[in-house]
Ligand binder design. Structure first.
Ligand SMILES: [Zn+2]
Length: 486
C-alpha cells in the first residue's frame, strides 16, 4: 500500500516535471524579427543645440511666485531660431502663453494623426553651486562624448531630438501622409495642468483623434530587468493612478504634564504604521502580465521555467518583484507617507495632527478602492480620511496589437541593435495622462539608454547623455515618422 502511494506520487511528480519542461521548451519569444538599419550620418551640431537648450533655465518651481516667464519665451524663440525649416514650414501655435503645438499637415486627411510629445521645463538642480556637480547643471557642458546638465535626460533631449529629426526630414523634402503634431508642454514637472492639459483641450476642441501618441516615459534599460542581459526598451502602455489622502486626528489637546493615554500624534502614527504594514495586495495587472510575457522567453533556463509556468509559479514571481522598491511598485498600489504635521511647542499637547499619504494606483484598482482599503485597515473612527486634490485614476491599458505599439517596437529594433522590446507599466506620471480623450493608444517611451546609476541622475545630480545615444534618439524619431507616416 505504502509502496503504491509512493509510486503514485512519483508518477505525479514526473508528470509535473514533464509539464513544466514542455511549457518552458515551447515558450516562444515575442521579439519582433527586424534587421537593424544602417545609421544615417549626423554631425555634432545636435549636441551643441542640446547644450544651448540646457542653458536656458526653464525651471518649474513648486512655489508659483517663482515662475519665470522670460526663460519660457526665450526657449520658444531658441527653438524658432535653431529649427528654421520647422518654424517656417509647419503650423505653430502657442497655447496658454508658454506651451507649443506644431502641426505638420499630412497628405492624406483620412489618416488619423500622430502626436509626439515632450516637455520644455525641468526640475530645479539641488545644490546647484556645489562640488557635487561635475559641471554646473545649467552650463550644458560638452565633455568626453557627453552633454551634461538639467534636461539632457528629462526632457529637453526629447524636444530637441524630435525637432532635429524633423529638420532632417524637411531637408530631405519628406511630406508625411499622416498629419503629425508635436506637443511641448511647459509645466510637466508641476503636473502639466497649464501646459499639456490645455494643449489636449485645444486638440479636443478641434476634434483631433490621434492614431497614437508617444510621450517620454520608460527608457532602454541596461542591466536593470532581472535575468535579462541585453538592453531592454520598455514601452509604457499604462500609467499608474495618483492619489494623495490626508489623514487627521483631532482631540482636546491639553498640558503635556498630564497627557491623555492617547494623543493625536500617537493615534495618527499608529494608523500610518498599520497602513505601511498592510499595503494593498500584490498582483499582476494587465500591463505587467504583458511585460512578463515579453521578457520571460528571453530569460535563462530556471527563470524562464518560472515565467513559462505562471499557472503554478506566479506567486514566486510576485514575491521576487516585491523585494525591490521598483519591482514592488510594479506589482501593487504603493503607500507612501510624505507629509506629517503636528505640534508647535514642547510642553503643549497638540489638539491636531495630520499626515498626507501618496498612493500610486495599479490600472485595475481605483482611488475608491484605496479609500476603502484605508478605512478597513485603519479601522479607527478618530482618524478622518480625506482625498486631496489633483489625483487621477490610472490610464487605460493601450493595445499592444495597435499600429502605434508595432511602429514603436519596430523602430526601436531598427535603430538599437541587440535590444529587446517589452511593454510595461509606467509607475511615474507623465503629461500624457491629459490626453486620454485624444487617443486610446498612448505610449510612454524615450530611447535614452540608462543603467541604474543613470536613472538616479534624472531629477538628481550629474544628469547627462552620451552624444552617441542622443544621435540614436534623433534617428529613432526620424525613422518612427518615416515608418508611421509614409
Ligand atoms: Zn519628464
Amino acid at each position: 500500500m505504502f509502496k503504491k502511494g509512493l509510486k503514485t506520487i512519483g508518477i505525479i511528480l514526473l508528470l509535473l516535471i514533464a509539464i513544466l519542461l514542455f511549457n518552458t521548451l515551447t515558450y516562444k519569444s515575442k521579439q519582433l524579427e527586424t534587421e537593424p538599419i544602417s545609421p544615417i550620418d549626423l554631425n555634432n551640431d545636435c549636441a551643441q543645440h542640446l547644450s544651448e537648450a540646457v542653458q536656458i533655465k526653464t525651471v518649474s518651481y513648486e512655489d508659483s511666485s517663482k515662475f519665470d516667464a522670460t526663460s519660457r519665451l526665450q526657449f520658444i524663440s531658441f527653438l524658432r531660431k535653431t529649427y528654421p525649416l520647422s518654424d517656417s514650414l509647419l503650423k505653430k501655435k502657442i497655447i496658454n502663453g508658454y506651451s507649443l503645438l506644431y502641426k505638420w499637415e499630412g497628405k492624406n486627411a483620412s489618416l488619423k494623426p500622430l502626436i509626439l510629445m515632450g516637455h520644455m521645463d525641468v526640475v530645479p538642480a539641488e545644490s546647484e553651486g556645489s562640488k557635487k556637480w561635475d559641471f554646473r547643471p545649467f552650463s550644458g557642458e560638452i565633455n568626453n562624448g557627453f552633454v551634461y546638465g538639467r534636461g539632457t535626460m528629462d526632457d529637453k533631449v526629447n524636444v530637441i531630438g524630435i525637432l532635429e529629426a524633423t529638420e532632417l526630414l524637411l531637408k530631405e523634402n519628406f511630406k508625411p501622409e499622416r498629419t503629425i503634431y508635436f506637443a511641448f508642454g511647459h509645466d510637466e514637472e508641476l503636473g502639466g495642468r497649464n501646459g499639456a492639459k490645455k494643449i489636449a483641450e485645444y486638440l479636443q476642441s478641434q476634434s483631433v483623434e490621434a492614431e497614437f501618441i508617444l510621450d517620454e516615459g520608460l527608457v532602454i534599460t541596461k542591466g536593470i530587468v532581472p535575468g535579462i542581459k541585453p538592453n531592454a526598451g520598455l514601452i509604457g502602455i499604462s500609467e499608474k493612478g495618483y492619489l494623495s489622502v490626508e489623514l487627521s486626528v483631532e482631540t482636546e489637546g491639553g498640558h503635556s504634564s498630564m497627557p491623555a493615554k492617547e494623543t493625536p500624534i500617537g493615534i495618527l502614527s499608529s494608523a500610518i504604521a498599520t497602513l505601511e504594514k498592510h499595503p494593498m495586495t500584490a498582483h499582476i495587472s494587465e500591463p505587467v502580465q504583458h511585460f512578463l510575457d515579453y521578457v520571460g522567453p528571453e530569460m535563462p533556463f530556471f527563470s524562464k521555467l518560472a515565467f513559462a509556468n505562471q499557472w503554478l509559479l506566479k506567486s514566486v514571481i510576485i514575491g521576487k518583484y516585491e523585494k525591490s522598491n521598483s519591482g514592488n511598485a510594479s506589482v501593487r498600489t504603493t503607500t507612501a507617507p510624505t507629509i506629517f504635521k503636528s505640534g508647535f511647542k514642547d510642553n503643549v499637547l497638540p489638539a491636531f495632527a495630520s499626515a498626507t499619504i501618496n498612493f500610486r494606483i495599479l490600472p485595475d484598482e481605483t482611488s475608491d478602492d484605496v479609500v476603502a482599503h484605508i478605512e478597513k485597515v485603519v479601522n479607527d473612527a478618530r482618524v478622518k480620511i480625506k482625498k486631496t486634490a489633483f489625483g487621477n485614476e490610472a490610464t487605460a491599458v493601450s493595445d499592444i496589437n495597435s499600429e502605434g505599439f508595432k511602429q514603436i517596437e519596430k523602430t526601436t529594433k531598427q535603430i538599437f541593435k541587440n535590444t529587446l522590446v517589452a511593454p510595461a507599466l509606467m509607475v511615474g506620471a507623465t503629461d500624457e495622462k491629459h490626453y486620454t480623450k485624444i487617443s486610446k493608444n498612448l505610449f510612454r517611451f524615450l530611447p535614452v539608454i540608462a543603467d541604474s546609476d543613470d536613472l538616479k541622475r534624472i531629477h538628481g545630480l550629474n544628469e547627462k547623455i552620451a552624444i552617441d545615444n542622443f544621435k540614436d534618439i534623433i534617428r529613432f524619431y526620424r525613422q518612427l515618422m518615416l515608418n508611421s507616416c509614409k
